[in-house]
Write a protein that binds this ligand. Structure first.
Ligand code: NAD
Ligand code: GLY
Length: 347
């Protein structure tokens, strides 16, 4: 078993162990005395993993009910959040009980926000089951739901009490979701760790499972360092958004249909790198992304993407921050006006 301690305002452990889902009851009992929980999950994950989790909780004397919502980003909204609150009331959940997010980033984000706001805050445990959720969204305490005005616009910082990463759960992940997670893994290599990038370069989507545990550990440890340095996203944490401003713009341009977050991030990283870095870096990045079946260009015209960039959360008072990696493993935050950003991107 590997464990990483995250030293945020509320410290917690991340357990990385194959098969740990079936030991969840025991692992959770080590961090809480509570014997009552609600598991929040989506229909796909419920079918695959709720039973194993329930059995393990029961063995540790924890009684749990399961709230299931339809999978997909469209469920990460105020309506489903309201349904979760109603369920928690119905099950008479109190401040000494806790929630468990069992699933990908959608489940983690909405459950985390429910935990941050129900009764002004109750504990929650993250059990991420997608690669993206294991290496990114379950760590660091960002929680949110989408509103018609935009993605992730309503949320809170709420650190979990524990994160349990069982990479065996990734075996059932559909191939495009594995690609999506690999976009974030490659991003960590680009912004912080040339060795990690090299490991990604020497594998492909079919062989990456051989080194999955090490990759998950390395990415989580990078995220730990960044989050410990900047828990509330005022500086260094922005480097995690490499490729994301354009990535979100491309996702929006496609109306989020059949276009995953990872695809957007992959193209976003390429669009920035080809404009600001040497050709060799761009070529290595594109070759690496392509090995994980990720796109490296977009049919969306730049002049149609730029309006989405200026409404992104990462814009503040007319300025826009974006990340450039001139050298693999080194990220730099650049702040320019929206006008300047548009001029730089249109060249
Ligand atoms: P997701 O949660 O929608 O999961 C993707 C799909 O995989 C879903 O259909 C789900 O049912 C299915 N699935 C999950 N685990 C499975 C498994 N083990 N086997 C088979 N199918 C499985 O998407 P995601 O990519 O995990 O997360 C995306 C979300 O994460 C977005 O809403 C994004 O905004 C958010 N996010 C948050 C943060 C953060 O810091 N909070 C960071 C990055 C992304
Ligand atoms: N996924 C970006 C962050 O956690 O800040």
């Amino acid at each position: 078993m590997k464990s990483i301690r995250v030293g945020t305002s509320r410290p917690y452990n991340i357990i990385i162990e194959r098969g740990s889902l079936s030991r969840s009851g025991e692992l959770i009992s080590a961090v809480t005395k509570s014997k009552k929980a609600v598991i929040v999950t989506d229909d796909n994950v419920d079918r695959l993993y709720s039973r194993t989790l329930l059995d393990s909780l029961e063995k540790s004397g924890i009684q749990a009910d399961v709230f299931v919502f339809p999978h997909g980003e469209q469920s990460k909204d105020l309506r489903v959040l309201g349904e979760i609150f109603d369920f928690l009331c119905e099950k008479r959940i109190t401040r000494s009980d806790f929630l468990i997010a069992l699933g990908g980033g959608v489940v983690g984000d909405i459950t985390g926000f429910a935990a941050a706001s129900f009764l002004r805050g109750i504990d929650f445990v993250q059990i991420p089951t997608t690669l993206l959720a294991q290496v990114d969204s379950s760590v660091g305490g960002k929680t949110a739901v989408d509103i018609p005005g935009g993605k992730n616009l309503v949320g809170a910082f709420k650190q979990p009490a524990l994160v349990i990463c069982d990479s065996d759960t990734l075996k059932t992940l559909p191939r495009p979701e594995l690609s999506c997670g690999m976009a974030e893994v490659i991003k960590y290599g680009m912004i912080r760790d040339e060795k990690l990038f090299g490991i990604c370069e020497s594998h492909n989507i079919d062989s990456i499972d051989q080194v999955m545990d090490d990759i998950v550990y390395t990415c989580i440890d990078i995220k730990r360092q960044v989050v410990e340095n900047d828990e509330f996203d005022r500086g260094e944490r922005m480097t995690l958004n490499f490729g994301h401003t354009l990535g979100h713009a491309i996702e929006s341009w496609h109306h989020y249909t059949d276009y995953t977050h990872g695809m957007g991030v992959a193209v976003g990283m390429c669009l920035i790198t080809e404009r600001f870095c040497e050709r060799e870096i761009t070529e290595r990045l594109k070759k690496c992304l392509a090995a994980y079946e990720l796109p490296v260009s977009t049919e969306a015209p730049m002049d149609e993407l730029l309006p989405f960039c200026s409404t992104d959360k990462k814009c503040a008072s007319g300025g826009i921050s974006f990340i450039v990696c001139e050298k693999i493993g080194c990220a730099e935050i650049r702040k320019v006006t929206v006008g300047e950003f548009n001029r730089l991107m249109e060249r």
